[in-house]
Write a protein that binds this ligand. Structure first.
Ligand SMILES: Cc1cc2nc3c(=O)[nH]c(=O)nc-3n(C[C@H](O)[C@H](O)[C@H](O)COP(=O)(O)OP(=O)(O)OC[C@H]3O[C@@H](n4cnc5c(N)ncnc54)[C@H](O)[C@@H]3O)c2cc1C
Length: 706
């Protein structure tokens, strides 16, 4: 029940939260509450009653009810039906619920023998006659101020939380409409590169925040792009002002929070916790692989991960202020010991420690050097945090916010499992280790239901003893020779990829069959076919980020002119991608391959498979080359791949951008999946070319890092 309710919250968060989970008191309700508190502060009508704060005595005891309704009419107007309704509503919590006419009757009855209490000296400890007077009025004012501050702060905090989500949703709606229109209509796409929107692209959506670096990390991590930075600054300032400006000050003589520190700290404590409660579900939606907002906005997954990271940092600070505030408040009320003994308070302390531990284990250094340690700690700590926070808030009104987080998480995992099953569950993949640097994984889906598209990636789980608990994203390439078969090219790094490389080596052969699961496809397909020219720039293992789009443009006979630039450290990379390069033979463009260190390692390239590949895809294949099976010199490579221009030396991406723009006859799309520095150079160079005379272009960054 709770889970299904929370699932619906996940999708209709704003309206559901606004309408259901918190009470907002009306003016007459404040009057009723303050009158009752003032009267019960002056005297006691039910001395034996255990529930002093309850409504039992006030609603059942005729004398107290008489005092209450007299006070309520005095601070509204005689026979005010709204204040009567408020009393009736409060009394619905007690077993005896008065009616409008019974309240009027009680009032008339009370006025005949009501007594005035004007000074403290006149205060009776207990009584059985209705009371009114200066002392009651004075207390009424103080309670009214106190309640209006405390519960008004609640209401304002909820409105601030709702507004936060609404503003973010508004930004995403605008971005979504714009991005989808660009995908659907080339006209919108081209018109969007003129006038004011061109300026927006130049100064806001395209550049790095400062200088050139965006994909390339600074010492402390990656900096978001400029649009993300502006959005995050907005989120930070909104949160800061919402938490810092409470909007009212402490009322001296507050009968609830008698000390100033107890009152002020409570207001800050509530404000920060309530705002954070609205932000928490985003921390679970945004990093989810099946994030509905990603589909809607067409923003990259890495952008949502960036939002997740920075909103999480803001939430950490809010929760710290919440914790400090409540420590101060507990001390101010003299309740530190009793609160420390209570379950909800202890779980609150555990929750904040877990949150900060999560933050500490997510720093850039750990993510970069041991992603799996980070991922493991993050998942375990998040699960324990949700358990602990549930005990902290379940007696309050905030549990649904955290049930929402759980529901989002469970939902994402459920959809992931469905995707894995759609691919066929556990599949036997052929994993080849090429030149000790790259893993080529070939795997087929079990059913014909699974489709991929250019730009898609999938998460692979290698079911070997050292890697079964991790998943890693790799770009998908369709394997042309077999139906329903895909390929991944994975650079061997230091973690799972190295373990798999060693696992393959242990077999003493060039390849090994490994059981894997495939969760995907994910990611956006970019509309290169809308442009007159598409320029693809990639480096090393970034080739799979360009190749499927190139193939797709060719296969769909698009009129788009294609340019492909690929830079590789040495000729060994030709060995990895020989089949894909062979498939480009006969196409009306010359890919350009830069080989930075041509004399480095020189493998013997076995192209027997590639020959078959190209013969199925190209009618122009010469008989001579069909007999070639191995290439062992750069000249042989150049001769065999004679439709490719090989340039030995560094690729100058800046020059490529300039050249492609200067000789463009129409619109240009740049797609980049390369080393971080190349991506950043291309981006920076394009920003420079957003001038009136330059052709219209778009930049699609296929590289993602998180
Ligand atoms: C959308 C996307 C598509 C990718 N496509 C390819 C591809 O086609 N070919 C290719 O060689 N590489 C690709 N990568 C990079 C690839 O995911 C990492 O190289 C791989 O996860 C490294 O595994 P490892 O355990 O050996 O890494 P480690 O040596 O432990 O770490 C190397 C680097 O990879 C990062 N990394 C490690 N695990 C993950 C993970 N689960 N998710 C994200 N980053 C991680 C680390 O932060 C570190 O910076 C892609 C990455 C993304 C985000």
């Amino acid at each position: 029940m709770k889970l299904s309710k929370a699932l619906s919250y996940a999708f209709f968060m704003i309206s559901a939260f606004a309408s259901d989970t918190w009470v907002s008191y009306s003016g007459p309700q404040y009057v009723a509450m303050s009158c009752k508190a003032a009267i019960e502060n002056v005297t006691t009508y039910c001395p034996g009653s255990k529930k002093k704060k309850g409504y039992g005595c006030a609603c059942k005891n005729k004398a107290e009810l008489g005092s209450w309704i007299s006070c309520a009419y005095q601070h509204t107007s005689e026979f005010d039906t709204d204040v009567e309704s408020a009393i009736i509503q409060f009394c619905s919590k007690a077993k005896k619920v008065p009616t409008h006419s019974s309240l009027k009757k009680q009032y008339k009855n009370a006025t005949s023998y009501i007594v005035d209490i004007d000074t403290k000296a006149q205060k009776p400890k207990t009584t059985n006659v209705p009371i009114k007077g200066a002392l009651v009025n004075n207390l009424y004012t103080r309670y009214s101020d106190s309640y209006r501050s405390r519960w008004g702060n609640y209401r304002t905090s909820h409105y601030l939380g709702i507004s936060f989500l609404a503003i973010l949703a508004g930004i995403m709606v605008i971005a979504g409409i714009f991005n989808w229109l660009c995908v659907i209509s080339p006209t919108v796409e081209n018109k969007s590169k003129r006038g004011l929107t061109k300026k927006l692209v130049k100064y806001i959506t395209l550049p790095a925040t400062f200088g050139k670096k965006h994909i390339e990390a600074w010492k402390l991590g990656q900096l978001p792009d400029r649009f993300e930075s502006i959005l995050l600054c907005g989120i930070f300032l909104y949160s800061l002002f919402s938490c810092a400006i409470i909007g009212f000050s402490y009322h001296d003589g507050d009968p609830v929070f008698k000390k100033r520190s107890a009152g002020i700290s409570r207001y800050y404590g509530d404000r920060t916790a309530i705002l954070a409660s609205y932000q928490f579900p985003l921390l679970f939606i945004f990093p989810g692989r099946n994030n509905i907002f990603q589909l809607f906005t067409r923003w990259k997954y890495s952008r949502f991960v960036t939002l997740h990271k920075w909103i999480a940092r803001i939430v950490l600070l809010e929760m710290l202020v919440h914790a400090i505030s409540f420590s101060v408040q507990s001390a101010g009320l003299g309740k530190t010991a009793s609160r420390l003994a209570s379950t909800y308070y202890r779980y609150g302390i555990v929750s904040i420690i877990l949150l900060w531990l999560m933050g500490a284990t997510s720093v850039f250094f750990i993510r970069r050097y041991s992603y799996q340690v980070f991922a493991f700690c993050h998942i375990v700590l998040a699960a324990v945090f949700l358990y602990a926070i549930h005990y902290h808030v379940n007696t309050l009104e905030f549990a649904p916010y955290y049930w929402t987080c759980i529901a989002i998480w469970v939902f994402d995992r459920f959809i992931r499992s469905l995707r894995v099953l759609q691919f066929g569950g556990v599949r036997n993949a052929r994993v080849q280790l090429i030149n000790d640097t790259t893993l080529r994984i070939t795997v087929s889906s079990a059913f014909g239901l699974w489709r991929t598209y250019p730009g898609a990636h999938a998460f692979i789980r290698f079911l070997t003893p050292g890697t079964f608990w991790q998943t890693h994203p790799f770009t998908i390439i369709s394997y042309l020779k077999e139906e329903n078969t895909i390929r991944f090219y994975c650079k061997v790094k230091q973690g799972a990829t190295k373990r798999i490389a060693n696992f393959v080596k242990a077999e003493k052969g060039p390849s090994r069959n490994i059981w894997i699961t495939v969760d995907g496809p994910y990611g956006n397909q970019n509309p290169y076919h809308h442009y007159d020219k598409a320029v693809f720039i990639s480096s090393g293992n970034g080739f799979p980020g360009s190749y499927p789009s190139v193939k797709s443009l060719m296969d769909t006979s698009s009129k788009t002119e294609i340019k492909l630039y690929w830079t590789i450290p040495d000729y060994s990379y030709i060995d990895c991608f020989a089949e894909e390069l062979s498939a480009l033979k006969g196409l009306p463009f010359n890919p350009v391959v830069y080989v930075t260190h041509p004399n480095n390692c020189f493998p013997i390239i076995d192209i027997s498979e590639s020959v078959n590949e190209s013969s199925t895809n190209s009618e122009n294949e010469s008989k001579g080359s069909a007999q070639v099976r191995e290439l062992s010199t750069s000249n042989e490579i150049k001769k065999y791949f004679d439709y490719i221009t090989f340039i030995e030396g560094r690729m100058d991406s800046q020059q490529i951008v300039e050249r492609e723009l200067s000789n463009a006859n129409g619109t240009v799309a740049f797609g980049c999946c390369a080393h971080a520095r190349i991506n950043d150079t291309v981006r920076a160079e394009l920003v420079k070319h957003l001038k009136g005379s330059d052709p219209n272009f778009s930049y699609f960054e296929e590289t993602q890092v998180w």
